[in-house]
Design a protein around this ligand. Structure first.
Ligand code: BGC
Length: 352
C-alpha cells in the first residue's frame, strides 16, 4: 500500500515537472540554439537615467562577460515608440534572445510579438509585459516591497502616535510594479485606515517615477494641509528624493518618516544622515546574474523550469522571484554594505 502511495506521489511530481519543462521548452518556433556557443543578448531598457538601472546594466554586462555572451544594450529614455524601435533594431542585429525592461508594460506587448515572429525568446526583466507571451518574467516581489514599506511605517509610528497622517506617492501608471507596490501597501494599511489609526491626507501618482513630480505632490499636500503629517510613503528612492527636497526646503526633513526602495547610493547617504528613514534593498546583482544565465539557456534552446507564474492578461508567464529586505540606519552595514553593494566609505558621508 505504502509503495503504491509513494508511486502515485512520484508519478504526480514527475508529470508536473515534465509538464512545466514542456510548457517552457516546447516553443518549437524558436531557432535551434542547442549547439550555439556565441550568444548575443539584446537588452532593451526603459531608461538609464536612474541609478537603479545603471546598476542593473553594470551587473548584467559583468555576468554576460563571465559567461562569454555578448550584449547589445539600448535605453529608450521612457519613450514607448523609441523602445519599440530599439527592439526592432536589436532583432535586426540578430540577437538570440531579448531581455526587456518595459517603460510601459502594455505597449511592449507589441515588442514581444515582433520577437516571437522573428523566433526570438523574450525575458521580461523586473517589470511584467502585459497581454503577450514572453517566455519568462524575472523579478523582485513587488507586492512584498509594498508590504515591507507599509509595515515599517506602522511599526515605527504606531507605538508613538494615536493617529498617523500620511502622504502616499505612487510610481508611474505605465509600470505594473507601481500597482503591485500600492497593493502591497494597501494590504497592510487597510485595517488601520478603517479604525482611523491611519489617515491618508494626500495621494498621487508620480509621472514616470520622476522625483520632481514627487516634489510637486508633497508641495500640493503642504499647501492644502500644512505640516500636519507624520510620514511620506514614497514608493521608491527617486520619489523619496523629490519628497525630501521639499521637506528640506520647508525645514522639516528628518522629522517626517520617509520610505523608499532600491537602496540607491544617494538614498543610503540620506538614511545615514537621517533625512530618509528606510529603503528596500533589492539585490540587483542576483537579479541581473540570474537573468543573464536564463537568457543564455533560452538562447541555447534549453528548457527553463520556473516554480511560479504570473498572469499577464493573456497567459501565465513562468516567473522567477528574488527576495527583498528592509534597510534603515540600524542594519545598513549588515545588508547593503555586507553584500558589497557599496562600501561603507562610499555610502557614509559622515561618521555615525
Ligand atoms: C522598479 C523600481 C524602480 C522604479 C523606477 C520599478 O519598476 O521596480 O525598483 O525604482 O521602477 O525606475
Amino acid at each position: 500500500m505504502k509503495m503504491r502511495v509513494a508511486f502515485v506521489i512520484v508519478s504526480f511530481i514527475l508529470s508536473l515537472s515534465i509538464g512545466l519543462v514542456l510548457a517552457l521548452g516546447n516553443r518549437g518556433h524558436f531557432k535551434e540554439k542547442q549547439i550555439k556557443q556565441d550568444i548575443l543578448i539584446g537588452l532593451s531598457m526603459d531608461t538609464l537615467k536612474e541609478a537603479r538601472w545603471q546598476n542593473d546594466k553594470k551587473f548584467f554586462l559583468e555576468k554576460a562577460e563571465e559567461l562569454g555572451a555578448r550584449v547589445l544594450v539600448q535605453a529608450a529614455n521612457s519613450d514607448d515608440a523609441r523602445q519599440l524601435q530599439d527592439v526592432s533594431a536589436l532583432i535586426s542585429s540578430g540577437v538570440d534572445v531579448l531581455v526587456i525592461v518595459p517603460h510601459n508594460g502594455k505597449a511592449m506587448a507589441k515588442a514581444v510579438r515582433m520577437a516571437s515572429d522573428a523566433g526570438i525568446p523574450v525575458i521580461a526583466y523586473d517589470r511584467l509585459i502585459m497581454d503577450s507571451s514572453p517566455e519568462l518574467y524575472i523579478t523582485f516581489d513587488g507586492y512584498k516591497v509594498g508590504q515591507i514599506q507599509a509595515e515599517y511605517l506602522i511599526e515605527k509610528l504606531l507605538p508613538i502616535k494615536n493617529k498617523i497622517r500620511i502622504i502616499r506617492i505612487y510610481g508611474s501608471k505605465m509600470d505594473n510594479n507601481a500597482f503591485l507596490f500600492k497593493e502591497g501597501q494597501d494590504s497592510v494599511l487597510a485595517s488601520y485606515i478603517k479604525t482611523g489609526q491611519v489617515e491618508v491626507i494626500h495621494e498621487d501618482w508620480a509621472e514616470d517615477w520622476k522625483p520632481e513630480d514627487a516634489k510637486r505632490i508633497v508641495n500640493a499636500a503642504i499647501t492644502k494641509y500644512g505640516y500636519e503629517f507624520d510620514a511620506v510613503l514614497a514608493s521608491n528612492d527617486g520619489t523619496a528624493g523629490g519628497a525630501i527636497q521639499t521637506l528640506i526646503e520647508e525645514g522639516i526633513a528628518g522629522k517626517i518618516l520617509v520610505t523608499g526602495q532600491d537602496a540607491e547610493l544617494v538614498a543610503c547617504k540620506r538614511i545615514i544622515t537621517g533625512v530618509q528613514t528606510m529603503t528596500v534593498y533589492k539585490p540587483i546583482k542576483l537579479l541581473a546574474g540570474q537573468a543573464v544565465e536564463l537568457a543564455v539557456n533560452l538562447a541555447r534552446g534549453k528548457p527553463i523550469v520556473a516554480k511560479s507564474s504570473v498572469n499577464n492578461g493573456k497567459i501565465d508567464v513562468p516567473a522567477v522571484f528574488i527576495s527583498v529586505q528592509a534597510v534603515d540606519k540600524n542594519n545598513i552595514k549588515e545588508t547593503v554594505i555586507a553584500d558589497g553593494f557599496y562600501t561603507y566609505n562610499q555610502s557614509c558621508p559622515v561618521n555615525v
